[in-house]
Design a protein around this ligand. Structure first.
Ligand code: NAD
Length: 473
């Protein structure tokens, strides 16, 4: 049992003014594994004050100093790999290999950003002007529960590289993970006030960060609905916002693709992170005449996926994070059935023998049409919808027929054609033929999937203001 009754302000773990205590539940067992005392608006205010004070000196640190800080942050995270992995498994339900990957990615974010920082040109000359990139100010970081370590570190690394102190409000559902990574930040010997972490609710701490005039920028990951609230809340103080929001990513399988590999890969690209990934490829677009074959391969793939205890060797799919999210996924599966989609495998209820946790049956629907709820809305669970197209043009049109535009996937044996299709999709990230992400490259969404870009050079640039000086010589 973990009791988290401290927040991190000005380089110290302090008792929050807030008194509300929230239980933390292991989603695989429904056992209470911890309690967190939530901070309130006053806690947010004192964290912002500490960050504001730190800005004066931190904004003037050299690239070399900040580069060393990023190295130390990386090293500190790596020393806690084991315990952070454990928390990711117990608090989130990530299968062990995925949990290890998450911690390593969190650490690597610091090194990737360090590399970007060392390459970045903070001065340039345009005509008779000197153009200077300066840290924007104090940054508020608001993160969800589905990838706590990497979401926090991606945002933090950019801020540190730019010379901006931060106030982090992690999701109240991942307080153990957030606390552990805060201990890493503490051990990395970063100047007091540069990193502050306040556990709390969106309506209190998140609300304060969004509106407080001493916060220059909010960087947020989470739902599109909350992203809109944050953008509205940030208007009066004219904050910059970067928003990494939801998705309904298409996965186009062209007729010439190797279906025996493309379909199993597509299933896994949808079920990634227990089906709770903003970039999950949830809409599988396949040639109409190949539907039966696709259904067969998808079904066989799902039958081979081991669902269950995330600690067990071979488990690929753990539980959904909370009862609320579990119920939401169930409602979506039921809506697929009610609206007339064909259930290929899965369905409502728990997988057999896994009634004790928030486990969902990995589900595949076929005969899904574009007007169905499961084809339009972000489900945030392991539910794949198969839609069919007749021509390549139609596939591209269907891929783009969504309010979202975060990820997209294309499979073809003709790489030139795959690239042509990729060029026509309105999405921030396109992965061809099962390729992975490049975490040094920009990440973010078109349309309602967000504003701005994270990671590497682009993440750093988001945290900077530009000043043009003439007559400097
Ligand atoms: P959310 O968007 O409500 O919360 C994300 C973060 O924002 C949390 O830290 C939360 O406390 C904070 N927050 C909430 N309301 C706020 C406000 N008004 N002002 C400032 N901060 C606020 O996400 P959630 O409730 O955790 O999940 C809801 C849905 O969002 C999920 O079902 C899922 O579909 C989606 N989601 C998407 C992503 C993504 O990466 N795209 C991540 C998590 C959740």
């Amino acid at each position: 049992m973990r009791t988290i009754n401290r927040i991190y302000i000005n380089g110290e773990f302090v008792k929050p003014y807030g008194t509300e205590v929230q239980e933390l539940i292991n989603p695989s067992t429904r056992e209470i594994i911890g309690r967190v005392t939530l901070g309130n608006e006053e806690d947010a205010k004192r964290a912002i004050a500490a960050a504001k004070k730190a800005f004066k000196t931190f904004s003037r640190t050299s690239v070399e100093e900040r580069s060393q800080m990023l190295q130390r942050l990386h090293d500190a995270v790596m020393t806690k790999l084991e315990v952070m992995m454990e928390a990711n498994i117990n608090e989130y339900g990530a299968p062990k290999p995925a949990a290890i990957g998450r911690v390593k990615l969190a650490a690597t974010n610091f090194l990737d950003t360090k590399e970007a920082l060392e390459e970045f040109n903070f001065f340039k000359y345009i005509g008779k002007a000197k153009v200077v990139a300066e840290p924007i100010g104090v940054i508020g970081i608001i993160t969800p529960w589905n990838a706590t370590y990497s979401q926090i570190t991606a945002k933090l690394a950019s801020a540190i590289a730019a010379g901006c102190p931060v106030v982090i409000k992690p999701s109240e559902l991942s307080a153990i993970q957030a606390h552990l990574i805060t201990e890493c930040f503490h051990e990395a010997d970063i100047p007091a006030g540069v990193i502050n972490v306040v556990h709390g609710l969106g309506q209190t701490v998140g609300f304060e960060l969004t509106r407080n005039p001493d916060i220059a920028m909010i960087t947020f990951t989470g739902s599109t609905r909350t992203g809109k609230e944050i953008r509205r809340g940030a208007v009066d103080s004219m904050k910059r916002v970067t928003l990494e929001l939801g998705g309904k990513s298409p996965n186009i399988i062209l007729d010439d693709a190797d279906f025996s590999t493309a379909i199993p890969t597509a299933v896994r690209q949808c079920y990634n992170n227990n089906g709770q990934a903003c970039v999950a490829g949830t809409r599988l677009l396949v040639p109409k005449q190949r539907l039966e074959e696709v259904k067969q391969v998808a079904k066989e793939t799902v039958e081979r996926i081991k669902v269950g205890n995330p600690w067990e060797e071979g488990t690929e799919l753990g539980p959904i994070v909370t009862e609320k999210q579990y119920n939401q996924v169930q409602r979506y599966i039921q809506s697929g059935i009610d609206e007339g989609a064909e259930l290929v495998i899965g369905g409502v209820g728990h997988p057999e023998g896994l009634e004790q946790g928030y486990f969902v049956k990995p589900t595949v629907f076929a005969q899904v049409t574009e007007d169905m709820t499961i084809a339009k809305e972000e489900i945030f669970g392991p539910v794949l919808s198969i839609l069919t197209y007749e021509t390549e043009e139609e596939a591209i049109e269907m891929a783009n027929n969504t309010e979202y535009g975060l990820g997209a996937y294309v499979s073809s044996s003709d790489i030139k054609k795959a690239n042509e299709v990729a060029a026509q999709i309105a999405a921030g990230v396109v992965l061809i033929n099962g390729a992975g992400f490049e975490m040094k490259a920009p990440f973010g969404g078109f349309k309602q999937s967000g504003i701005g870009r994270e990671y590497g050079l682009h993440g750093l640039e988001e945290c900077l203001e530009t000043k043009t000086i003439t007559g400097y010589d």
